[in-house]
Design a protein around this ligand. Structure first.
Ligand SMILES: [Zn+2]
Length: 475
């Protein structure tokens, strides 16, 4: 029929500031209900809001990372609506004058890269939370009211649920690298509202836009968008109308359901907030923020594959898990990139995962990994011993050299030390000797294994292999 999906996204991300957007109340999560409120964030008449400078900086940072322009001058606006979780009965947001605007980001799905336009990244405040109890009473919790919230709005440039998923994954990673938001959708620190319709480019025919709410994970967004595209395409096929409305995603029923007909911007009677002065971020300040941007995920991936010669999969694993800086520190201490990557994504990550620790809180510093790699490179311990002792280094906080010395794990490497053990292994395994002499390479493994068992894995593999061949005249 020639119809294709057209999807736009609004993402709200809570900013990681210590205090709220317009007052000094703490933003700490999980404290006693209504213990983090003051006259300003409770909306007491006569109080005056003061904008949080760090929140403004975080939005500029994000805008710059998304290739946006920064407004030379902009204002906060009041978005008027009445709901118990919003004590002022208006939300301070930005309407016609966003802080940053006109950006873009590239998103790759399979081998196709699409450019997604970023319409605006602006600043607003979060609402409180309503709790509806089974007995019919409702409670309101205001600790979240006034927490800085960043809204990132895209152009309707997505053509599939897969692109939406790739964008959200990339955006969340970017917010974490910038240190501006945890991006955690499960905890509500990042929320996403897609708008979906289908259009026929030839005839110009299109369905009304439908907004989807109640999405608590990237997977949920992906499934809801996929469902909604199918629903609209089916409606078009059957000649059913699609109404402009807001629908909620039901995880249980796996479908979108009508929530309410969509409000339009006019319903909110926006006007500039007279209590707040206009913002005019100076060019010097913006330049300083730009200069202070950390290395971003795409730049990391590029550098790790081009300069460090890691594979795309290795670079992606380091960047996506947030281990790239740690890895870089190991390399800076002299470890070869490939080995550093293997150690960080292998033994280190599995120990961290077993204890649900982020890499920043690893009890083993990058120097500990670099030391292990060096001990193996110098031939002082075998690769196997290095992997064996790693959990003990992780648990005890001792250095690799300490554990190796205390447990006598140094390589048994000299020919005089290994020689008699190799002779014994040859004497004990006549069958393997015969097979190996007959050309069966695998049979050598039995001899190597016997020596490794006798030395508890401490035999230097190179010397061992050479000795076996010398003894059997097979080299
Ligand atoms: Zn307050």
């Amino acid at each position: 029929m020639g119809f294709r999906a057209k999807i736009g996204l609004e993402v709200h991300a809570q900013l990681l500031t210590d205090s709220k957007m317009f007052c000094g109340c703490s933003t700490k999560f999980g404290e006693t209900a209504n213990s983090q409120c003051c006259p300003v964030c409770s909306g007491i008449p006569g109080t005056l809001p003061v904008a949080n400078r760090q929140a403004v900086e975080f939005v500029i940072k994000t805008g710059l990372a998304l290739n946006c322009r920064v407004a030379e001058r902009c204002r906060f606006a009041r978005k008027n609506y009445f709901y118990p979780d919003m004590p002022k009965n208006y939300q301070i947001s930005q309407y016609e004058e966003p802080l940053t605007f006109d950006g873009h980001i590239e998103v790759a799905v399979d081998d196709q890269t699409v450019r997604i336009g970023i319409r605006r990244v602006h600043l607003e405040e979060d609402t409180g939370k309503n709790f509806h109890l089974p007995d019919g009473t409702s409670l309101v919790e205001y600790n979240r009211a006034g927490v800085p919230l960043m809204e990132i709005v895209t152009e309707p440039d997505f053509g599939s649920a897969e692109q939406v998923r790739a964008y959200l994954t990339k955006l969340r990673e970017l917010l974490r690298y910038l240190g501006v938001s945890s991006g955690n959708m499960e905890e509500g620190a990042m929320r996403c509202e897609p708008t979906v319709n289908v259009v026929n480019d030839e005839t110009g025919e299109r369905t009304e836009k439908v907004e989807i709410k109640n999405l608590a994970s990237i997977r949920g967004v992906y499934e809801a968008v996929k469902y909604e595209i199918r629903r609209q395409l089916r409606a078009v096929e059957e000649g059913e109308p699609i109404r402009q409305e807001t629908r909620r995603w039901s995880e249980e029923k796996h479908e979108t359901q009508v929530m309410r007909s969509k409000e339009s911007a006019e319903d909110y009677m926006y006007f500039p907030d007279p209590d707040l002065v206009p913002m005019a971020p100076g060019a010097d300040w913006v330049a300083a923020i730009r200069a202070g941007l950390p290395e971003l995920p795409d730049q990391w991936r590029y550098r790790l594959t081009s300069e460090h010669r890691l594979s795309a999969a290795e670079a992606d694993a380091l960047v996506a898990t947030g281990s790239a800086s740690y890895y870089q520190a190991v390399v800076d201490l002299g470890a070869p990139p490939k080995q550093a990557s293997n150690w960080v994504m292998g033994p280190l990550t599995s120990e961290l995962n077993a204890r649900s620790l982020p890499v920043e809180r690893s009890p083993v510093a990058p120097a500990g990994i670099a030391e292990l790699i060096r001990l193996v490179a110098e031939g002082r311990i075998t690769g196997k011993i290095a992997r064996d002792v790693f959990p003990r280094i992780f648990q005890t906080g001792k250095t690799a050299a300490e554990v190796v010395a205390a447990e006598g794990l140094e390589v048994v490497g000299g020919a005089d030390e290994l020689g008699p053990i190799v002779d014994q292994a040859i004497a004990d395994n006549p069958r393997a000797v015969e097979d190996y002499r007959a050309g069966k390479q695998k049979a050598k493994g039995a001899l190597v294994g016997a020596v490794m068992r006798a030395t508890k894995g401490q035999a230097d593999p190179e010397t061992l292999n050479r000795l076996i061949d010398e003894r059997l005249g097979t080299g």
